[in-house]
Design a protein around this ligand. Structure first.
Ligand code: ADP
Ligand code: MG
Length: 579
């Protein structure tokens, strides 16, 4: 006989409380047992009761308007805490909306666990058509670090522990845990259920590099005339800030931070080579990569890079080594263990660095920084990205402990280049995939995970992907401020539709839109600003309020250019603003 699934969350037999419990209770307890204190998600069949049970267990549940944003919050929570962020989704579409964020977390090496309810197996496997029927486990598999399904309540603690270990050990990433509706609703005696929980021993083991690899790396670094240290977000994630500082300052080697490693050492540190990227690429003879991949963000090790330069790479994933360019000295291990070993050996070696290398970078940086600052001086009205950023820079640098979330095209590039960071893990952006649509989720995840104030600087297009979840920040009364740079479009607001049908151009949004009124709808403190002075006052006040705030920053429609230097893909005749 076939089974039907009309009331998916209802167990066959109702549990006799308090002697009996359901799979949902075991799942909530199992999460709490391994130290999960927060869950992000969006409820519905079959996980609603589970979210209530989690709250009963003392797990904070942050309910979103869209699963993708809940997932971005969980991912950011994972990045900032080294504990997996947890995302809860319903079956089918909810699962898929959330999976976007879990895949993004995997690419970015953020630890998170997506827990999704899923429908009854049998009609899915026979493709018979059932409520929200989707073979979720197999959909997820190709996009995540690990994927598991749990079918029996007594297996739930094991499943949760496996997901936890997979998310945080080795290279961190996104894990999918599929919990079927019958499993969520299955009934067990409480006494038997309570015997299932256990504490995993050493869930994120240190990975010690070989002595030989450390020796090789130290010798190569010591032999360099023009060395550089390149810090990636893996270095920020590792939370070994003092050791990185010691490495840089004891050797005197200039460092270059990738965008989310900004602030690991202050951007105005005398050894910061942040303004001398091309010089590092073209002239360094040895570059030590710490938690950074030689991927597209670093021209995959080609392009401007010195063809004779050698690389040392501190990396946890052995598969990463040599992926784009031969690595002369791989140090495979966790960054903390690798740095401990390297720092110990460095005490006994003599460096060969040419002092002119550092003084040259410092002189170049001084000239470039002064020139860059000039860009931010004009009080242009209507505002450009630069005149607006002049004010944003002043306010954020006066509030260094505010976490900055940043996405957009020009808004991303120009904010990253303008706003100096002074503290580790205070800048979170759209990262490795350079995607849009992480803003509100990451902002909320950062505020919830740290309790700190957060400012999200968003392009108007970027904000559109996640804007509705500003309401989540309002419901939870978080100390967050959204700053929307409205130039009325993707790249800018002056695109021209080459046909005569009267539609907007593909890049055109609405330069007259009043995003502040969206904030009003949810009770936020809002501002509409048209001058750099107004922006300065509004942002200062918003941060000080420690309440949800939204600032609509009116830019000129022609501020901003197409980013990414792919103008050759766009015939100039069709898209005049790229010429
Ligand atoms: P960025 O974009 O800032 O350059 P990436 O995300 O490309 O940073 O690179 C981060 C790297 O750091 C990844 O290859 C990841 O495997 C590595 N990583 C993450 N955590 C650790 C750790 N604890 N120890 C060593 N390597 C790590
Ligand atoms: Mg725009």
């Amino acid at each position: 006989m076939s089974t039907t699934n009309t009331t998916p969350a209802t167990p066959q037999t109702a549990p006799q409380y308090p002697e009996q419990v359901t799979g949902m209770y075991i799942l909530a307890k199992a999460l709490k047992n391994i130290g999960i204190d927060t869950m992000y998600g969006l409820v519905g069949i079959p996980v609603t009761e589970f979210a209530y049970l989690a709250q009963m267990e003392g797990i904070r549940f942050v309910g979103f308007r869209h699963e993708q944003q809940a997932g971005m919050a969980a991912a950011t929570h994972g990045f900032l805490t080294k504990k997996p962020g947890v995302l809860l989704t319903v079956s089918s579409l909810g699962f898929m909306n959330g999976l976007t964020a879990t895949a993004n977390a995997t690419v970015n090496c953020y630890p998170m666990i997506q827990i999704s309810g899923s429908s009854v197996r049998e009609p899915i496997d026979l493709d018979q058509g059932t409520y929200e029927g989707l073979d979720q486990l197999n959909v997820a598999k190709g996009l995540v670090k690990a994927a598991y399904r749990v079918n029996k309540p007594e297996d739930i603690p094991t499943a949760v522990t496996r997901a936890y270990r997979a998310a945080i050990s080795g290279r961190p990433g996104g894990v999918y845990l599929d919990v079927t509706t019958p499993c969520l609703g299955a009934v067990m005696d409480k006494a038997d259920a309570d015997k299932l929980f256990f504490q995993p021993v050493d869930p994120c083991p240190a990975m010690i590099p070989s002595d030989e690899s450390v020796e090789r790396a130290v010798q190569l670094l010591a032999s360099a005339k023009r060395p550089a240290i390149l810090l990636g977000k893996g270095a920020a994630y590792a939370q070994v800030d003092d050791k990185i500082k010691q490495l840089v300052e004891s050797t005197g080697i200039p460092f270059y931070p990738m965008s989310m490693a900004k602030g690991l050492l202050p951007d105005n540190h005398p050894l910061s080579a942040i303004s001398a990227r091309s010089t590092i690429m073209e002239q360094a003879d040895v570059v030590m990569l710490i938690g950074a991949r030689l991927n597209w963000l670093l021209s995959r090790g080609h392009g401007k890079w010195n063809p004779d330069g050698k690389f040392i790479q501190l990396e946890i994933d052995p598969k990463e080594i040599d992926c784009n360019r031969p690595i002369a000295a791989p140090v495979v291990g966790d960054i903390e263990s690798s740095l401990d070993a390297i720092l110990a050996k460095l005490k006994d070696v003599k460096m060969s660095m040419d002092p002119a290398w550092v003084s040259g970078i410092q002189a170049e940086s001084k000239v470039k920084n002064a020139k860059f600052l000039e860009r931010l001086q004009p009080q242009t009205v209507p505002m450009t990205h630069w005149s607006a950023l002049g004010s944003v820079k002043k306010v954020l640098e006066a509030n260094p402990d505010v976490i900055l979330i940043n996405e957009g095209a020009n808004t991303l590039d120009d904010t990253r280049d303008s706003v100096d960071m002074f503290l580790p893990r205070h800048r979170i952006d759209c990262a490795t995939w350079a995607i849009m649509g992480m803003g509100m989720g990451s902002m909320i995840g950062a505020a919830v995970a740290t309790g700190k104030s957060v400012v999200a600087v968003e392009g108007d297009s970027a904000f559109g992907f996640s804007g509705m979840d500003f309401s989540t920040a309002c419901r939870f009364n978080l100390p967050v401020t959204v700053v929307i740079f409205n130039n009325g479009g993707i790249y800018n607001g002056i695109g021209v539709n080459p046909s005569d049908n009267g539609d907007p151009a593909p890049t055109t949004l609405d330069v007259k839109a009043r995003y502040d009124k969206l904030g009003d709808a949810f009770g936020a403190q809002t501002y509409y600003v048209t001058t750099p002075a107004e922006l300065f006052t509004a942002l200062t006040e918003a941060i000080a309020s420690k309440k949800p705030c939204l600032i609509d920053v009116q830019l000129a429609a022609d501020s901003g250019k197409e980013s990414g230097h792919i103008g050759f893909l766009n015939p100039a005749t069709l898209i005049p603003f790229t010429v």
